[in-house]
Design a protein around this ligand. Structure first.
Ligand SMILES: NC(=O)c1ccc[n+]([C@@H]2O[C@H](COP(=O)([O-])OP(=O)(O)OC[C@H]3O[C@@H](n4cnc5c(N)ncnc54)[C@H](O)[C@@H]3O)[C@@H](O)[C@H]2O)c1
Length: 325
């Protein structure tokens, strides 16, 4: 099979590209490298350096060969930044996705797996969150993804596009030789590991008075290898099943303090913590129900244990940071 992977120089797209290549598929990565490095590309993939807004290049790339599908990861991903410049997020993520959909439509490429996000839900009324629950993003990043989902629906009904929109919760961990390396980094586990390595003085914990077991926010950490497996299942499902939206989380929530404790155990290193006030727009608990993905795709996450997730991240992270010295 042959796939186009947008954003394949990044963390999750790069992981999925490696898994596809590992099972013998052909992969073309389309990325403008705005938040990634050329060195992160898997050597076995073809690479097209291009922006989502370059519809001509997207169309040309898609018409060069018959692709079995597109996996669309390319996006800006910082919720906080999206509140400072919502225009940039709507242009990059929503208008960029429209450009991709148009290029797909023009070239008769009609199978798409789309990276959506838990941020589509905003402040949930209940947990675990199900796909039919209220969609009310509290940041422009989440809205930019939700609008993209709406466009998918219309391309589906009007143009026959088949898609799976996957709403990831907190993606974490690494596969052998490849993991998270965002620049700038805002995700908890790599930040905590940087603190363990002394690359940052301390880890800031935003909010210690939430109604949770230790007062800190609860998040659902899904391992990137499990996420990759879900993409393969979702793509395969498009032949037999209707287009759909699926949550992807491991169904277990862990508090910020539990993540820090886990990192202390795994690394054996001290991690200094500074308690800060709550940040606006941070829900107390974000935990997914992934029952629909289990039921309809046959997906089963293998990494439920926080220490194992943190350990895979640590194995990658310490090598990355020592290579960077
Ligand atoms: N990391 C998470 O926990 C998480 C959670 C929910 C959803 N997601 C979604 O998963 C996807 C991948 O996230 P990630 O963590 O791998 O991010 P990442 O920043 O590592 O990768 C995104 C890639 O997209 C590229 N890109 C961005 N805008 C582009 C454009 N206009 N044209 C071409 N390339 C462009 C970047 O250069 C980068 O290589 C994103 O769509 C994100 O919204 C991530």
């Amino acid at each position: 099979m042959r796939y186009l992977v947008t954003g394949g120089a990044g963390y999750i797209g790069g992981t999925v590209a490696r898994v596809l290549l590992g099972r013998g598929d052909s992969v073309t990565i389309y990325d403008n490298l705005c938040h990634s490095r050329r060195e992160a590309l898997p050597p076995a993939a073809e690479f097209v350096e291009g922006d989502l807004h370059n519809k001509g290049l997207l169309t040309e790339t898609l018409s060069r060969t018959q692709y079995d599908g597109v996996l669309h990861f390319a996006a800006l991903i910082e919720a906080g930044e999206s509140m400072k410049c919502p225009d940039v997020y709507f242009r990059n993520n929503t208008v960029g996705t429209l450009s991709l959909l148009e290029a797909m439509h023009a070239t008769g490429t009609n199978r798409l797996v789309f990276s959506s996000t838990a941020a589509c839900y905003g402040e949930p009324r209940r947990t675990p969150i199900e796909e039919g629950d209220e969609l009310k993003p509290t940041n422009a990043y989440g809205e930019s993804k939700l609008l993209s989902e709406h466009m998918l629906r219309w391309f589906g009904t009007q143009f026959g596009m088949r898609y799976a929109a996957l709403r990831y919760f907190n993606v974490a961990g690494a596969i052998e030789g490849y993991g998270e390396n965002h620049e700038p980094e805002s995700h908890l586990i790599p930040l905590v590991l940087d603190a363990a390595l002394g690359l940052r003085k301390e880890i800031k914990v935003f909010g210690v008075d939430y109604p949770t077991k230790d007062g800190t926010c609860v998040r659902d950490y899904v391992h990137v290898a499990d996420l990759a497996a879900a993409h393969l299942l979702a793509m395969a499902s498009l032949d037999q099943k209707a287009s759909a939206v699926y949550n992807l989380g491991n169904g277990q929530g862990f508090t910020v303090r539990e993540v820090i404790e886990s990192a202390r155990r795994i690394t054996g290193l001290p991690i200094a913590v500074v308690e800060e006030p709550r940040r606006a727009g941070d829900p107390a608990v974000l935990v997914a129900s992934s029952e629909k993905a289990k039921r309809e795709l046959g997906w089963e996450p293998n990494f439920a244990d926080l220490d194992t997730i943190v350990d895979t991240a640590w194995q990658w992270h310490k090598r990355l940071k020592s290579d960077a010295k």
